[in-house]
Design a protein around this ligand. Structure first.
Ligand code: NAP
Length: 406
């Protein structure tokens, strides 16, 4: 049985991973689970899957978790640890063969990196790991011969398409994007977008940050950077197309003009299962995961509108400039998205904050993990400065609530 550690087990990807594990009895053993603050759900997961090690976000949550387990009559031996060191311990635990990296932001970076250094197989949902530290992470994986299998649906699609041709034969890859909830919203209404509207994604049910990133198209920008590192392709060969049906998850045009695409229902259990069982394919459990081709009438494609969705261009520009820029882009976006969700800034301020941070980021290389964390910290400070009063957001510096002013 394959020993699993799930970083971010209480999140959207984490819970879907456990659904896949549940649906394939006898194939996987859950050895490590790692959460942030949701100790109630973590306690339930421990009770069901009996891991050897569990990680909570902070040391203060260890006792509440232990009390919940005792109150529920859980008596099996378990090591409970906390924070970044705890996540590293779980991800490099001897009985772990495969780490699902699905923690929030860059909270999973260090443990994912150490897992690769320890030669573990990694299923990567957490795109921030490659956006912030792509060169370092890929060098480590290659140096250790550790397999990094994408879970992000677009990159899983590309990984699958590449089974019919090599990277050398690729003319271009096409990442598809649903376009999010504001695909048809007039630009002049963007200032009025409320967090709850941006959180209502038309296709996917995901965590908060990635849902807002999908609405701004920053998610697609981060995916361009992720694809660059995973497949070693320059930005110029990574195209983005809006495809509102989200049926084709991505495609590759090979040098002979053939295009190979991956189609499936929009359900993250498919790419998760693909990563967990790679190189095998296992039948999916249930008819709802089958795509009804007969019911497909039309598939639409259109280029993204860079003027309405500037985050995509900012991400491309950060990738082209390289060095510290992608890491700063990710940190600035995370701060700006949090501020938007807290109603401190408008939807249209998100790219302005990111642009401001990128303009203030020196183009140095990030050779070590410490450099990555330092760059991330500095970019967050710069983003917070830009969010503060009188800090240069121009005409959009008003709080989100002051929406009737221009
Ligand atoms: N959801 C998707 O369909 C999808 C698709 C492709 C890629 N991804 C990527 O997968 C990653 C996870 O996305 P998600 O949608 O699953 O996010 P999510 O639902 O917000 O879950 C995030 C997970 O990280 C944990 N976490 C949050 N803050 C933490 C901290 N400070 N320390 C330790 N753990 C912390 C959360 O724990 P608590 O809940 O216990 O606080 C939760 O387990 C992201 O990088 C995202 O871009 C997601």
């Amino acid at each position: 049985m394959k020993g699993l550690c799930i970083l971010g087990s209480t999140g959207s990807i984490g819970q879907n991973t456990l659904r896949v594990v549940r649906s394939l009895p006898g194939r996987f053993r859950v050895v490590g689970l790692s959460a942030g603050k949701n100790v109630e759900l973590l306690a339930e997961q421990i009770t069901e899957f009996a891991p050897e090690i569990a990680v909570v976000g902070a040391a203060d949550d260890i006792e509440p978790l232990r009390r919940l387990l005792l109150a529920g009559g859980y008596r099996r031996p378990i090591k409970v640890v906390a924070g970044p060191a705890g996540r590293i311990e779980a991800a490099t635990w001897a009985e772990v063969d495969f780490v699902v990296s699905a923690s929030h932001g860059i909270t999973g970076l260090e443990a994912t990196y150490e897992a690769l250094r320890a030669g573990k197989q990694v299923g990567l949902a957490n795109k921030e790991t490659l956006v912030a530290a792509g060169e370092l992470v890929m060098r480590t994986a290659q140096g250790q011969g550790a397999q990094l299998i994408p879970i992000d649906s677009e990159h899983s699609a590309l990984h699958q398409c590449l089974r019919s041709g090599s990277v050398r034969e690729v003319e271009r890859v096409v990442l598809t994007a649903s376009g999010g909830p504001f695909l048809r919203t007039p630009r002049q209404n963007f200032d009025l977008i409320a967090p709850e509207q941006a959180l209502a994604h038309p296709i996917w049910k995901m965590g908060g940050r990635i849902t807002i990133d999908s609405a701004t198209l920053m998610n697609k920008g981060l995916e361009v950077i992720e694809a660059h590192w995973l497949f070693g392709l320059p930005a110029s060969r990574i195209e983005v197309l809006i495809h509102p049906e989200s049926t084709i998850h991505s495609m590759i045009e090979f040098c002979d003009g053939s295009i190979v695409a991956q189609l499936a229902v929009a359900d993250m259990r498919i790419p998760i299962q693909y990563a967990l069982t790679f190189p095998d394919r296992i039948p999916v459990n249930g008819r709802r995961l089958r795509l009804d081709l007969g019911a497909l009438r039309e598939l639409h494609f259109e280029p993204p509108d860079g003027a309405r969705f500037p985050c995509l261009g900012l991400a491309r520009s950060a990738l082209e400039q390289g060095g510290a820029l992608p890491c700063a882009l990710n940190a600035a976006d995370e701060v700006a998205v949090e501020a938007f969700l807290a109603r401190k800034i408008r939807f249209t301020d998100i790219p302005r904050v990111i642009e401001g941070v990128l303009a203030r980021t020196p183009g140095v290389n990030l050779g070590k993990l410490e450099d990555v964390f330092e760059c991330d910290r500095e970019a967050r400070v710069r983003a917070l400065e830009l969010l503060g009063p009188g800090a240069g957001l121009g005409h959009s510096q008003h709080l989100y609530e002051n929406k009737g002013d221009d």
